[in-house]
Design a binder for this molecule. Structure first.
Ligand SMILES: [Zn+2]
Ligand SMILES: [Zn+2]
Length: 118
């Protein structure tokens, strides 16, 4: 890639974090921050169009593919899922209790047999 940041004159690497000005010029994220905020400049370093920090498109990543995180649409789905989860958990608890009771009964039966054998 043959594009350079006009502030520090370094070329962009695939891993660089890049900010874009509203006029379409690209700079290192940090270089542009320094230019606009630390030096209080109000123009694009490249073409001198007047810009404000709010107009900067921050953090363009050249390399990483667009993040496609799937956010569940609407809150309804997740609350329904939560309900289902709670129902399942209740069922598991019930099973556990039944298991324990069965074990207890089994123990009692064992003890009973033991007494009988004596
Ligand atoms: Zn730079
Ligand atoms: Zn520009």
């Amino acid at each position: 890639m043959n594009i350079a940041c006009t502030i520090c004159l370094d070329r962009f690497f695939l891993s660089s974090t890049i900010s874009a000005s509203p006029c379409g010029h690209l700079f290192h994220d940090k270089c542009l921050d320094r230019w606009l905020i630390d030096e209080r400049k109000k123009t694009c370093p490249q073409c001198r169009t007047s810009i404000t920090p709010k107009q900067i498109l921050k953090k363009l990543y050249l390399m990483e593919p667009l993040c496609q995180t799937q956010v569940p649409s609407g809150g309804q789905d997740s609350s329904e899922l939560l309900n289902q989860l709670e129902t399942q958990e209740t069922k598991i608890l019930e099973c556990e209790q039944r298991c324990r009771k069965a074990l207890n009964d089994l123990q009692k039966v064992n003890e009973y047999y033991y007494i009988l054998l004596l």
